[in-house]
Each structure stands twice: as C-alpha cells, then as structure tokens.
Write a protein that binds this ligand. Structure first.
Ligand code: ADP
Length: 676
C-alpha cells in the first residue's frame, strides 16, 4: 500500500514537474551526479538535433556557440565541484543550424542521506530579449560614439564600422543620393580586412529597373544569394565586381525623394534574419537624421558667415560712391560759373548715384522675391530685342576692358513670353560677369539656339573660370568665389542668385555649363518659347541683332553733350544719318540745311526749352512732315499732354535704350509707308 502510495506520489510529482516544464516552454534535461549525460535527452535532441551518441558525456558542448563554449564548461565544472546551482546564458545551435540565446539552469538533487544522485536542468529560449537588448546597446553605443561628431564623415565612419563589425559583414557603405535622383555617391564605407572600398559616384541604374523603383519607394533591397536572385543587368554585374554575394540595402525616402542609402555587403551568400534587416534600417534612419542635423547646422553657419561678410561688403559698396558724390557737391558749390566743370561733375555724380540705385534695386528685388510679392510684367517680345538691351547696358564695361563680343542669334525671329526688363537684367548680369572675370582683351560669345519648345542662350567667356568645387555655390545669396584680387571685382554676390530666382519665376533656368578642361566659363539660360514660335522674316531686312533697317535723317538736341553724342552714335550704328545740337538756337540753324525727318528733343534745356524748340521747328515750312520726339525724365500724363500741345508726335522716357529708339523709328517708317 505504502509502496503503491509512494509510487503514485512519485508519478504525480514527476507528471507535475513535466507539466511545469512544458508550460514554461523549457528544455528539460537530467545529468548524472558527475555531470554527464548518460541517458536520452529528448528535449535537448528535439531542440539541437543532437542524437544521444552525439550529446552523451560532454558531447552536448558541441551545440554551444564556439565563443561561449569555454565559459559554459567552466561554469558547469564550478557548479559540479561546489554542488551549487548552475546558471548560464549562451548561444545554442538549433536544428536549423542557427544559434539562439538560451538561459540554462540546473540544480543538484540529493537523496535523504544527503548524497548527490543527479542534476536536473532546464533551458529556456531568451533569444528575442537578448537580441533586442543587444540592438539597443549597439544603437546606444553608436549615439554615444557620434554624439560630439561635427562632420558627416565621422558619423558615417563610426556607424558603418560599428554596424559592420556587429553583423560581421564584409563591407558597410553609406551613400548620399544626388538631387538629380539618378546618381548616388558612396561617401564612406567600412570594410573588413582585405575587402576593397567602394567610395565613389555610381548610377542608380546599376541596380536594375525593378530594384531602382523599389528604392525610390523606400523598400529595403535584400538579397541572400546574388548569383541565384539577380540577373546580370539587375545588379549582379555591379555586385560581382565588388565580390559581394549577399546584400541588405536600405533606401531613405524623405518628402517623396530618395535621399540616402545604407547597405551591408557579404562576400558569401547569407540568410539575413528579419532582425538584421531591421537593425540596418534603424541604423540608416538614425545616421541620416544625425548627418542631416550636422549639415543643417553647417548650412546655417555658412549662411550666417556669408551674411556677415555681405554686410561688410555692402557697407563698403554704399560708401564708395558716397565719397565722390560728396566731393562733387562741394565742387558744384564752388564752380557755378564754370558750366563745363559743373556738367562733368554732374555726369560723375549721376553715374555714382545710378550705381547705388542699381545696388539698392537688386536688394529690393531679392527682398520682394523672398516675400513672394514680386510680379513679372509678361509680354510677347523678340529674343533679339532683349539681347540688344542686355548688350547695350553692358557694352561700356565690355569696351572699357577691351573685350570682343560676338553675338550669334537664330536667323528667324524668336518670340518669348517674358518680362523683357528682367530677362535683359539676367542676361546683362551674366554678360557683366563675363566682362568682369575675364582679363582685358578677352572674348565673349552670346549664342542663342532654339531647342525644341525652348530657347537656350549661352554666354561664354575665356576668363578666369569657376573652380568645380565652387560651381554649385555661386548661385547662393552673397556667394563669391574665393577672395583673391583677380576675383575682387566689387560685386556683392547677389547677381547670380537674383538671376536664378528671376529665371525660376519665368519657368526657366540658369546654370553653369560643365566644360571640363576648357578655359573660362559658360552660363546657359533656358526659357520656354511663346506659343507662336517662329515668324520667318527675310534675312536681308535684318542686321546683326535682328533689327530691320530703314535709314532716317535724325536731329538730336540735348544740352548734355555726352547724352546727345551717345544717342546719335547709337543711331549711326544702325545706319541712320544724324546731327547733334546742344541748344535750341544751334538746332534751328542745323535744321535749316540738314532737313531732318526725325528730331529727338530734350525738354529741360537752358534758354529755349524742348517745348519752345518743338513749336519753332513746327513753324518751319521746309520741315513739313518732321516727326518730333520728346526726351524727358517725366512719363506722367501731364507731361505727355504738354508735349502733345507743343506739337510732339512721340514721348520717350530717358534714359532711352537703343531698342526703344529703333522700335520707334521703325514704327514711324511703317506708318509712313502705310500713308504713302
Ligand atoms: P558678383 O556681384 O560678386 O559678381 P554674382 O552673383 O554675379 O556676384 O557672381 C557670384 C560669383 O561667381 C562672383 O563673385 C564670381 O566669383 C563668380 N563668377 C560669376 N560669373 C563668373 C565668370 N563668368 N567667370 C568667373 N567667375 C564668375
């Protein structure tokens, strides 16, 4: 009875014991008093796949990860010797060949006499927890190690090394994807000993179409065996070239754009676990965020430095013209009885003031564009006219530097829908830069070509050029290349940044054209054409700038000799015959024997003013049909009404451009043809 009772009790306790083990998902094992496996261990065999003959004695140690084996054996021996509880955490190889972390414990079992009879042990799977801890520790260590990094490369160096070593891979590269989204630049890679570096610029196409599309969608690219999973054109060629057989590549997509990639490469096929993929993804995300923070800080610092420099230059640029203006005022006070000197001083002051006005206007434009309340005055204009305005404003600079200018425009009239003044400002700026940054006696070319539905205007010089590393920055606000004296041309570094913004407002672009090895630089300006593109006009009627010719006899009257001479010379260049007078009386004398067909009359003149002169010319019978044009600084309706009363046919605002003058002359010609 008592025997049966005991047996029942033993059975019950054994059953409870097994149930407990089952419930805790543990692997149960029993070892002899001297710590050897002497009987079948079904739990251990089920987990590791070791048969009894393999695990018996100390054979089970073979299933322990080589790096943990020695420590495990030592702990086991220690427990056996002291008859104390055995406890270990180690990696055990499962049936599938993969190691997982297990927690093992065993207790010595004594009989009633205190004699050690056996050991009862259990192993529990703690792999998930262990790996999660390990991952967090690694990520934490990465943050610690890069906390004080202040340049992107050191962040890349630390994270790729730590990740590469942790995953025991061959290589770990970090790449920025270029803004064109077609290329990526591996800025840094960590490599295991003996592996080659892959730092360089690559085309995304090398990944093949499907993988490239996945990357743009932010999907991790995961390959276990390159030779089996990838075709030659789907990346196999690229990966084989760098002896890479398995890859995890994590793309980072921000605001819909692929911005960076982080990868790990293995020189043999490898079954990546979900955990490993997740770790690479997490590292990529964190490194990118850190690198971008550093870059943003760098950009802020850079912008701040440029602004400080800009303020210093601006103060200088504003003070420069003020000094001669101030001495000019003093001179005027002293030389009121010497008109020639006074006129010279006035011219000089006007030039200086104009320079300041240009500067302030540029600043205001930038401010307006930045605030978003800048409006273009779009109109249909001919490309040739816009180029002519730009050339006219920069001609003095080009000539004074002794450069030759060659203009090559399409033979047919090319119409644009643009703000002519602003586009001329952009072309003028590039042309002015070409003149400024080219040593005296250089060559400047303006070539315009129609390309599909747009037109490209290229301005090329053979000057000092722009170094590659400065090329992307010159369009930034206040950016200037270097500080050497040949570059110090008194600019503010606003011009190109304003030009780019103006082109963007036009739906066009301005870029520095790559010309490897060539001297000087080329800027390409691109614009969409107006809807009506080409109107063929017989080339015979055109001159170099695309302006039709009809020669007039023109009288120019202005008390400002320079202004009068300038206007007359410009018209002579277009084939007209001109005479110049500097006051009313002289004008009347010349008119009597020159019989002008057109007269440009300045309004504000000492003695007889423009209105009186117009009336006097109108009374001369031999000048019937004379077209009179008022030149004034005032464009309001009052001024226009007054000039109409004085018999003027047209009213032009000063300073008038050659294009405006020529356009008016051709309009007059057309009207005369119509009435003839
Ligand atoms: P800046 O007023 O200084 O000329 P820009 O914005 O027009 O300002 O130009 C920015 C910088 O780009 C210039 O300071 C100059 O260093 C460089 N640059 C522009 N055009 C040329 C060119 N044709 N050749 C050489 N350098 C140029």
């Amino acid at each position: 009875m008592s025997d049966t009772h005991h047996q029942c009790e033993a059975f019950a306790s054994d059953a409870r014991y097994r149930a407990l083990v089952m419930a805790s998902c543990a692997i149960l094992w029993e070892a002899s008093a001297d710590g050897e496996f002497t009987a079948e261990q079904p739990g251990w065999t089920a987990y590791t796949g070791q048969r009894f003959d393999q695990l018996s004695g100390w054979g089970w140690l073979d299933a322990i990860h080589p790096d943990d084996r020695e420590r495990t054996a030592a702990l086991w021996r220690e427990a056996l010797a002291g008859r104390t509880m055995y406890q270990v955490e180690h990696r055990v190889r499962g049936r599938d060949g993969c190691y997982r972390y297990l927690n093992g414990r065993a207790m010595p079992i004594m009989n009633a006499d205190g004699v050690l009879v056996e050991w009862i042990g259990a192993h529990a799977d703690i792999d998930e927890r262990k790996r999660a801890e390990e991952r967090l520790r690694l990520l934490d260590a990465m943050s610690q190690a890069t906390r004080n990094a202040d340049d992107p490369i050191s962040v890349m160096a630390v994270t790729t090394r730590m990740l590469g070593q942790y995953l025991d891979v061959t290589r770990c590269p970090y790449a920025d994807v270029e803004p064109d989204n077609d290329r990526f630049t591996i800025r840094h890679d960590w490599t295991a000993e003996g592996a080659s570096s892959t730092v360089g610029v690559y085309s995304l196409e090398l990944f093949g179409k499907r993988a490239t599309a996945d990357m743009h969608d932010g999907k991790t690219f995961c390959i276990t065996n390159v030779d089996r999973e990838l075709g030659e054109s789907d990346g196999a060629a690229m990966f084989n070239a760098i002896a890479c057989k398995a890859i995890i590549c994590c793309p980072l997509v921000k605001d819909g754009r692929l911005v960076a990639m982080m990868a790990v490469h293995q020189d043999r096929p490898r079954n990546w676990t979900d955990r490993e993929v997740a770790l690479v993804e997490e590292t990529a995300e964190r490194s990118w965020a850190h690198i971008e923070r550093i870059r943003a800080t760098e950009a802020l610092r850079d912008a701040d430095r440029r602004k400080t420099e800009f303020l210093a230059i601006l103060a200088h640029e504003l003070r420069n013209p003020l000094a001669p203006i101030r001495s000019g005022l003093q001179l005027l006070r002293e030389t009121h009885d010497k008109p020639a000197t006074a006129a010279r001083v006035r011219d000089m002051m006007e030039r200086q003031v104009n320079q300041m006005v240009d500067l302030v206007n540029d600043l205001l434009d930038v401010a307006r564009i930045n605030r978003g309340n800048f409006e273009l005055k779009l109109a249909r204009v001919a490309l040739a006219d816009v180029v002519a305005i730009a050339v006219e404003t920069t001609m003095p600079l080009i000539e004074s530097s002794g450069h030759t200018l060659n203009i090559d425009l399409p033979a047919h009239e090319t119409l644009l829908n643009v703000d002519a003044t602003r586009l001329a400002q952009v072309i003028g700026n590039v042309l002015g830069n070409a003149a400024k940054y080219t040593p005296a006696g250089g060559h400047i070319d303006i070539v315009a070509r129609q390309e599909g539905q747009s037109v490209r205007i290229s301005v090329t010089d053979n000057g000092i050029g722009i170094p590659d590393d400065a090329a992307h920055a010159i369009f930034d606000m206040f950016a200037q290349v270097g500080t050497s004296t040949e570059r110090a041309q008194g600019g503010l570094g606003i011009g190109l940044s304003l030009a780019r913004r103006l082109m963007e407002l036009h739906g066009g672009t301005i870029e520095l054209a790559p010309r490897p090895g060539a001297i000087g630089s080329t800027f390409d300006i691109r614009l969409p054409l107006a809807d009506v593109v080409v109107k063929d006009t017989p080339p015979a009627a055109m001159d170099g700038a695309g302006v039709p010719r009809r020669a007039f006899r023109v009288l120019v009257v202005d008390d400002n000799e320079d202004a009068a001479d300038m206007l007359a010379t410009l018209m002579e260049m277009n084939g007209h015959t001109t005479r110049v007078a500097n006051d009313g009386a002289q004008a009347l004398l010349i008119a009597k024997e020159f019989f002008p067909e057109v007269a440009f009359l300045d309004i504000g003149m000492p003695g007889m003013d423009g209105y009186q002169l117009s009336e006097a010319l109108g009374r001369m019978p031999q000048l019937a049909g004379l077209v009179r044009i008022a030149l004034t600084g005032w464009g309001d309706e009052n001024a226009r009404a007054r000039s109409r009363d004085a018999g003027f046919d047209h009213h032009l605002l000063k300073p008038c451009t050659l294009v405006a003058v020529e356009a008016l002359l051709q309009e007059i010609a057309q009207r005369q043809r119509a009435t003839a």
